[in-house]
Write a protein that binds this ligand. Structure first.
Ligand code: M6R
Length: 584
């Protein structure tokens, strides 16, 4: 949540930072701001998305700039609350991602000597630095950081100082190393256009950027040397490439991303499968869409390997920590690898000495670095806030693991390769047009219900999440048998209800559930390999031995996308949300 991008170098910093902010918009888009330096510090702040601001290219040239795009936590989306925040003398500017938990006490203390102009937790930081400037800029930043409780990734500049100073604890920061130029950002796509050489900062590290960079441990106060990594993502992967939205581009990439997801180190997968089989308890821990991938996979594990996997929402994990031992396997699943609740669960599991085997997409993310073993889903950058290709990649990898647990790694790979091939059939223009027509037909409905049984129950949940998230239609997913335990009362004439009727053991029952809804006036949208008289609208999906959850979610993702567009929204940046949820 919130995106930071800063630059120091020979090129025009205001241009690089405003461009970087556009690329980081998926992390928060309530407001944005930039501070840039010449002989004095200039600050520009605006409410809304930077993409909607046409004056960005006219900003004065500079060689040092810090920028921020905000997802509001403390204080509404106003210009005053937008970052950067500044000291009373207007010489120090700070951008921040995270939450300062003790900001109220600090503010009370500082208000005796400093004038506050925002409602944010961040504003205490420039004032704390200002208080300590007699120590020099770098020491003043360190002294300020010592007073902070909570999470932060911060970057500070001073009007009279050459250095940019950045530090992190609990929120991500990555350095980009160019030719005589440096970048600091929350995420790599912000500067990928300029360099793919990066250093990931760890917690309680501080970096000073001048003609060269120096990294210090805040614990020992000593300089440290860190490894430079090369990011394999290309700029092309992080661009729309002719698609109207990232969401559609990412849905369309799934045939390829599925193949990449199962391209894993066979030995390593088999080793982990063995550990799961030895069985002292395995937990899948995740949030949102990744949780739905985990829940779907738990059905697959049950069926294929006859193994029970505990699936826990990361934010609920504290209630399950009591079961953990050093023999427990904890498998966190996360696209970003930065989700605060997931990281908190990992921390708790590590304290109990449980083994952490993560499934993660973003290279160098905190989760990856905190795991004993990690598998990368290889989906490439996922920019749209709604997770699509990351979901199917997580599901494919977890399915491969389930097959490996049953000693059938090769068979699992074949089934998944076949499934990837089938998804291609649904990514055609004609298929998309059929879904768009359906979206146009139901776009003004207030409520929508989705049912599925077994592996398709979590797919119903995921469909509902996708539709709510980008179209703002109220949608709810249910296990087919559950609707008549209460929710059937909401079905009226014409209420749309999506039914996942795959060719499996549950087909008869789910079709009966569809009948029950139709009998009460529901408008039945069948997603199935075969048409049925109960369907009012039929979406034909392939099903010749493929994995139905991966196949079924594709038309659902497309429907969510087209509902959003038909209702006049931007599916890439849904209101109130941000891509990485880095606060608890
Ligand atoms: O980065 P993560 O996979 O840990 O994110 C988890 C959720 O925040 C995420 O899946 C969220 O639910 C998506 N926006 C849903 O599309």
């Amino acid at each position: 949540m919130c995106g930071i991008i800063c630059y120091k170098g020979k090129k025009n910093a205001t241009e690089i930072v405003t461009d970087g902010l556009k690329r980081l918009e998926y992390r928060g888009y309530d407001s944005w701001g930039i501070a840039f330096k010449n002989d004095k510090l200039d600050i520009i702040k605006k409410v809304g998305k930077i993409g909607d601001f046409y004056g960005a290219s006219k900003l004065k040239e500079s060689h040092v700039a810090i920028g921020h795009t905000r997802w509001a936590t403390h204080g509404g989306a106003t210009e005053a609350n937008a970052h950067p925040h500044i000291s009373c003398d207007k010489k120090i500017a700070v951008v921040h991602n995270g939450i300062i938990e003790n900001f109220q006490e600090l503010r009370k203390e500082l208000e005796k000597r400093h004038k506050f102009v925002s409602e944010t937790d961040t504003e205490v930081i420039p004032h704390l630095i200002e208080e300590n400037m007699h120590l020099g800029f770098e020491e003043a930043v360190k002294a300020a950081l010592k007073r902070l409780e909570g999470n932060y990734a911060i970057v500070a500049v001073h009007e009279k100082e050459e250095k940019i100073i950045a530090a992190k604890k609990g929120s991500p920061l990555v350095l980009g190393l160019g030719d005589g130029e440096y970048f600091i950002a929350s995420d790599v796509p912000a500067f990928l256009k300029h360099t793919n050489k990066v250093i990931f900062l760890d917690d309680e590290e501080l970096v000073t950027i001048n003609k060269e960079i120096k990294i210090y441990s805040l614990k020992t106060n000593k300089e440290i040397k860190k490894e430079t990594s090369e990011i394999k993502w290309t700029l092309e992967q992080a661009q729309k490439n002719g698609y109207p939205h990232y969401m559609l581009k990412e849905i369309s990439e799934q045939k390829e991303t599925l193949k990449r997801a199962i391209n894993q180190d066979e030995k390593e997968i088999k080793k982990i499968a063995e550990e799961i089989n030895k069985g002292f308890g395995t937990f899948f821990v995740a949030c949102g869409t990744a949780y739905h991938a985990a829940l779907t996979a738990s059905y697959i594990f049950s069926k294929i390997t006859k193994k029970h996997i505990n699936v826990v929402l990361a934010s609920e994990f504290p209630s399950y920590e009591h079961f953990l031992t050093e023999k427990t396997l904890v498998i966190p699943i996360s696209q970003s690898g930065e989700t605060a609740d997931v990281l908190e669960a990992v921390k708790a599991a590590k304290e109990k000495k449980s083994k952490i085997i993560s499934i993660v997409n973003v290279t160098g993310s905190t989760l990856m670095r905190q795991s004993d073993v990690f598998f990368q889903t290889n989906a490439g950058p996922e920019i749209a806030v709604a997770s699509t290709k990351a979901f199917t990649s997580q599901l494919a990898l977890l399915t491969l693991l389930a097959y490996a647990c049953d000693g059938k790694f090769e068979e699992g790979k074949k089934v998944l390769e076949k499934t990837a091939g089938y998804t291609g059939e649904m990514l055609s223009k004609e298929f998309g047009e059929q879904i768009r027509k359906l979206a146009a037909k139901i776009k003004d409905k207030e409520h929508l219900f989705i049912i599925g049984r077994s592996v398709n129950y979590p797919i119903a949940l995921e469909t509902a999440l996708k539709i709510k998230e980008v179209s703002y239609i109220h949608a709810e997913g249910f296990a087919g048998g559950e609707l008549k335990h209460g929710t059937l009362a909401l079905i009226e004439q014409g209420t749309p209800c999506i039914v996942f009727a795959s060719d499996d053991d549950n087909k008869k029952e789910i079709l009966s559930n569809a009948m029950e809804i139709k009998a009460r006036g529901g408008y039945i949208i069948g997603i199935s390999p075969e048409n049925n008289e109960v369907f009012d609208y039929f979406i034909k999906v392939p099903d010749k031995g493929g994995l139905s959850p991966i196949i079924n979610i594709i038309p659902a993702q497309l429907l969510a996308y087209y509902l959003s567009v038909e209702r006049g929204h931007n599916p890439d940046t849904p209101k109130n949300l941000a891509k990485s949820v880095t606060v608890k």
